[in-house]
Structure formats: structure tokens, C-alpha cells
Design a protein around this ligand. Structure first.
Ligand code: NAD
Length: 232
């Protein structure tokens, strides 16, 4: 029998219980910075050193945190389901929890890329990127993240996956950042839908969703237990 397909759309909230701050925690500041100062192409033009420093700090933090019960529960689903994780997160906690199909809509902290050829990616393994670090073509390296105002190259692949979902789980996202937020509306009408967030996003049409107003680390293990027992 073919396995049912579970699609998980995750955001910063799923990593909050691992100690990684969400973007909207502190009055709209991200780790003390305005997004316009650290996560836009204009910020990179204006002050590349500040931008590199911001992402270097985020990357160093990655090596001090661990996946939490929410990430681990999603990985466990693979014992009975096909699972695609579409994440807005640039951390690698889904992979470290054991998830094998993870689409990083907004890139990955632990990769650098060339500023003249987007296909040239370099694993950092925790290392910093410094001004003067270049690709083989001699151009400055930048973080492999999608900044506000940039295109999301993985959108097409993510939409194709969402459109084949039997079950959709939307967890830990404010659903404010587009186009990624649009994926919450891409599952077929027949799909079962769950939304997990301690603060339900009021601007989003939750019709058809089972809403679980709790933290991911508590709600996901329970939901996963239920889904695994259904699958037998
Ligand atoms: P967001 O910061 O806009 O929203 C976070 C959401 O998570 C909120 O709705 C909040 O209520 C919810 N939340 C907080 N704690 C939670 C918990 N314990 N369990 C479940 N939900 C919880 O995040 P977003 O929607 O992902 O958009 C922000 C953008 O910033 C993303 O595109 C992402 O690239 C970037 N970002 C990434 C990380 C990361 O990689 N871990 C962290 C911060 C920001």
C-alpha cells in the first residue's frame, strides 16, 4: 500500500523551544536588529560586515542548540508516512532530528554561496564568513539565505509537494512572510489540516484546519502519536 503523504510547513516557532529566537519575539526585532539592517540586499550593499557578523552569530548558535521534541516527533512520522518538511527556517534542526526530505525555502545558515554564481555553494561546518572570503571566481561569499525582497527559488518544488499532501501540518509560523505563507493554502481540499501555534495567526483563514493552540514541543508528540496509531 502506498504511504500517505504528510507535508509539514514549519517556521521559527518550532525552533523556539530549542533556544533559537523567533523573528517576531522582541517587538519585531530579530536578535536586537531591525530586519532591514541585516536581512535585505540593501543591508548587504550598505554594511556587509554587519550582515556577515549577524549570520556568523546565528551560525555559531546552531552548534549550541539541539532539536526539541517537536522536531523529533516530525522525524518519527517517517516510520509510517512519506514526510516532506517545507521549512522557512535557516537552522538545520529538522535534519539533525532525522527528517530526510527537508526543503529550505529561505536557505541554510551553514552554507555560503558565491555572489556571482548562485549555484556555487560551500559547506561552512560552523565557520564564519569574513569580508575577503571569495569563491573560485574571486567574488565575495555571502550567506546562503533568502533575504527579504529576494526570490524564493525553492517555491515551485515546495508547491508541487504541498499539492500532493494527504495531511498538512502548519507549525510555528506567523504566516506573514510571503510567498512561503501561501503554502498553507496549497494542499488539496481533501487534505486533513492542522495548525499548531500558541498564538493563532488571526489574519489567516483557518477554516478547515484543526487548530491546536499550544507550543510545538508539547503538541507535536501527541499529534504524531495519534497519526502513527492511525497508520497501524
Ligand atoms: P515568525 O517569527 O514570524 O513567527 C513565529 C511564530 O511562531 C509566531 O506565530 C509565534 O506565535 C510562533 N511560536 C512561538 N513559539 C512557539 C512554539 N514554542 N511553538 C509553536 N509556535 C511558536 O516566524 P516565521 O513565520 O518563520 O517567519 C520569520 C522569518 O524569519 C522566516 O522566514 C525565517 O527565515 C526567519 N527566521 C528563522 C529562524 C530559524 O531558522 N530558526 C529564526 C528566526 C527567524
Amino acid at each position: 500500500m502506498t504511504r500517505q503523504h504528510i507535508v509539514v510547513l514549519s517556521g521559527a516557532g518550532i525552533s523556539a523551544e530549542s533556544g533559537v529566537k523567533t523573528f517576531r519575539d522582541d517587538n519585531g526585532l530579530w536578535e536586537g536588529h531591525r530586519v532591514e539592517d541585516v536581512a535585505t540586499p540593501e543591508a548587504w550593499q550598505r554594511n556587509p560586515e554587519l550582515v556577515l557578523d549577524f549570520y556568523n552569530q546565528r551560525r555559531r548558535q546552531l552548534y549550541q542548540v539541539e532539536p526539541n521534541p517537536g522536531h523529533l516527533a516530525i522525524a518519527e512520522l517517517e516510520s509510517r508516512y512519506r514526510v516532506s518538511v517545507l521549512t522557512q527556517n535557516v537552522d538545520n534542526l529538522h535534519e539533525r532530528a532525522g527528517s530526510t526530505e527537508v526543503v529550505h525555502l529561505h536557505g541554510e545558515l551553514d552554507l555560503a554561496r558565491s555572489t556571482v554564481d548562485e549555484s556555487r555553494l560551500y559547506p561552512l561546518k560552523g565557520r564564519d564568513i569574513r569580508l575577503g572570503d571569495t569563491c573560485e571566481l574571486g567574488s565575495q561569499l555571502r550567506p546562503h539565505v533568502v533575504w527579504f525582497g529576494e526570490a524564493v527559488p525553492e517555491m515551485e518544488r515546495a508547491m508541487a509537494l504541498a499539492e500532493t499532501a494527504d495531511i498538512l501540518i502548519v507549525v510555528g509560523t506567523s504566516l506573514f512572510v510571503y510567498p512561503a505563507a501561501g503554502l498553507a493554502s496549497c494542499a488539496p481540499a481533501t487534505a486533513r489540516r492542522y495548525l499548531i501555534n500558541p498564538e493563532l495567526p488571526a489574519h489567516f483563514d483557518m477554516d478547515g484546519f484543526t487548530c491546536i493552540q499550544e507550543k510545538a514541543g508539547g503538541a507535536l508528540p501527541d499529534l504524531v502519536k495519534q497519526l502513527l496509531s492511525e497508520a497501524g
